[in-house]
Design a protein around this ligand. Structure first.
Ligand code: ATP
Ligand code: MG
Length: 273
């Protein structure tokens, strides 16, 4: 077997370790023999390889880690980028839409590339593909490539949860994520799952990621309430200073008001962000 085909099969085999059913739902990549899924090299797998090649400075590389997200998205984590494969074009569309609208906001994860191919229709950012037209109708893939960040909440293999955040950083986190929420709201969306689990670091910035639950319906906008609830949960051991701060900003429903409450509080108590 040629080495490219073998590489495609190897990557799919790694994905199958995580969740075969989901992997096959996200990308046409296996045969089912009895209860077993067998990885195969399909036109969709070839497109996946081309997405990886074009996103990576090192050519074709394997992900360091593969996880699933809410049972519906396959997440491939590479050295310096993350590739997500969506089952449905509708979630993919919403995520692409919000990430395109907020691309100037430094506190929202940066989308490097996206591609959706189904029934011969293609929607993509910069990617160009090499595939004989005969195979084009067989491809189904909805992929988004973003920057990689370091999540502030991590889980050990035995599922022990760790928060990597000093309490002195909470004010900066609130300000930066507040700016992200303002951009999102100005774009007509709410993020839908604004918790510490979906915040990471890139350099010295806090960045919001995971837009799987994004909504364009602003009547249900709980983003700030979710962020404060998550802060109360994650920082419950941090004492009075943090509790006072959270109480002070908790009346804000709108990002702009939230940001002004953060500034007011920090000015009052001489906190430098
Ligand atoms: N850009 C990224 N950089 C680094 N890691 C990421 C990135 N995006 C996702 N991840 C990792 O993949 C995991 C799942 O991704 P995501 O947050 O999008 O989905 P989820 O629905 O919250 O998943 P879960 O079911 O684990 O809650 C994250 O918890 C994080 O560890
Ligand atoms: Mg998440």
């Amino acid at each position: 077997m040629n080495s490219r085909k073998q590489f495609g099969i190897d990557i799919i085999n790694d994905c199958l370790l995580d969740d075969c059913y989901l992997t096959q739902k996200c990308i046409d990549c296996c045969n089912k023999e009895g209860r077993k899924y067998i990885a195969k090299y399909t036109p969709s797998v070839e497109i996946l390889l081309q997405v990886i090649e074009q996103s990576s400075e090192k050519g074709l590389i394997k992900p360091n880690n593969i996880v699933t997200s809410s049972g519906s998205v396959l997440v491939m984590i590479f050295d310096d980028f993350v590739l997500k494969l969506y089952q449905s074009s509708s979630t993919w569309n919403k995520v692409v839409d919000i990430l395109e609208r907020t691309y100037e906001c430094p506190y929202v994860i940066n989308m490097r590339n996206f591609v959706s191919i189904e029934n011969g229709n293609k929607d993509s950012c910069y990617l160009e593909f090499n595939l004989a037209s005969y195979f084009r109708n067989q491809v189904k893939i909805h992929a988004i490539v973003t920057d990689k960040l370091n999540p502030i909440v991590t889980y050990s293999p035995s599922d022990i949860r760790t928060l990597k955040l000093e309490y002195t950083e909470v004010f900066k986190l609130f300000q930066e994520i507040g700016i992200a929420l303002d951009c999102i709201k100005e774009s007509g969306f709410s993020q839908g799952d604004c918790t510490f689990d979906n915040i990471g670091r890139i350099g010295d910035k806090f960045v919001l990621f995971d837009f799987n639950c994004v909504r364009s319906n602003l009547r249900i906008d709980d983003d700030i309430a979710f962020l404060i609830k998550s802060a109360r949960f994650n920082l419950k051991k941090e004492g009075k200073k943090i509790t006072d701060f959270l109480n002070y900003v908790s009346s804000s429903k709108y990002p702009k008001f939230f940001l002004s409450k953060i500034s007011e509080y920090c000015e009052e108590y001489d906190i430098k962000i």
